[in-house]
Design a binder for this molecule. Structure first.
Ligand SMILES: *[C@@H]1O[C@H](CO)[C@@H](O)[C@H](O)[C@H]1NC(C)=O
Ligand SMILES: *[C@@H]1O[C@H](CO)[C@@H](O)[C@H](O)[C@H]1NC(C)=O
Ligand SMILES: *[C@@H]1O[C@H](CO)[C@@H](O)[C@H](O)[C@H]1NC(C)=O
Ligand SMILES: [Cu+2]
Length: 204
């Protein structure tokens, strides 16, 4: 049995994992995540699905199966859209309101956002949908309701950028400033392209 100092460190931080999206159903580990990230990352997330990113890239490097570029731990914690999940990817319409829930098991004051990310570039499409300048503040007597329950509105300007399953994710991102811990959780969705030419014709 091999217990390296790194994996012991990882076990210690696992106890401290703290957040993920619970509604809509987020990405979870499976065969594709394992192929891209290797067992160190997927076992970490299976062990605690609220775990943070810090420490994972270093721990994963010792893993022959880890492909940093394919895994991309700074997008959805490396979780990929699994084949078995493709049938359940949600089709949204432009302008649709989406209710989201997040589970926070331990608080760390910081900032958070929800945005639509292009998975090819790992860049935000448009503006952040939501931003909290104060989030998960353990110094408050109670957590504001909107830290764990909130709505986002699907933009009407996506065009065909999120037409196919896996093109885009709705990513919740929380950074605990003093804890220096990053939490990422992603929902897969599609938005069918609108037909601007057709709309113009009707307007004329
Ligand atoms: C995360 O883990 C909890 C506790 O093990 C489990 O109940 C929940 O279904 C998991 N959620 C996801 C998205 O994996
Ligand atoms: C917001 O999200 C992006 C990734 O989508 C991240 O790079 C950025 O640091 C986040 N900002 C905050 C304050 O959470
Ligand atoms: C969350 O609620 C607080 C008030 O408790 C408000 O100041 C803040 O703008 C809200 N943030 C978001 C992102 O809805
Ligand atoms: Cu922590």
């Amino acid at each position: 049995m091999h217990i390296s100092i790194l994996s012991l460190g990882l076990l210690a931080t696992q106890v401290l994992g703290h957040g993920l999206i619970t509604k809509p159903w987020p990405r979870t580990p499976g065969a594709l995540s394992l192929a891209a990230c290797g067992p160190t990352v997927t076992n970490n997330i299976k062990g605690d699905n609220t775990s943070h990113v810090e420490g994972l890239p270093e721990a994963a490097m010792t893993d022959a199966k880890y492909n940093a570029a394919e895994c991309n731990l700074w997008l959805c914690r490396g979780l990929q859209l699994e084949e078995s999940a493709k049938a359940n990817v949600i089709a949204y319409t432009p302008g649709q309101k989406v209710s989201m829930s997040v589970k926070i098991s331990i608080k760390h004051h910081g900032t958070a956002n929800v945005s639509i990310i292009s998975t090819k570039t790992n860049k935000i499409i448009g503006d952040e949908l939501l931003y909290w300048d104060k989030y998960a503040d353990e110094r408050l007597p109670a957590m504001p309701a909107n830290n764990t329950q909130f709505d986002v509105v699907i933009p009407t300007t996506l065009g065909s950028q999120c037409a196919n399953a896996g093109d885009c994710v709705l990513q919740w991102w929380w950074y605990g400033t003093a804890a220096r811990q990053t939490y990422e959780s992603c929902v897969d969705f599609t938005v069918a392209p609108t037909m601007p030419m057709l709309e113009k014709r009707f307007e004329a």
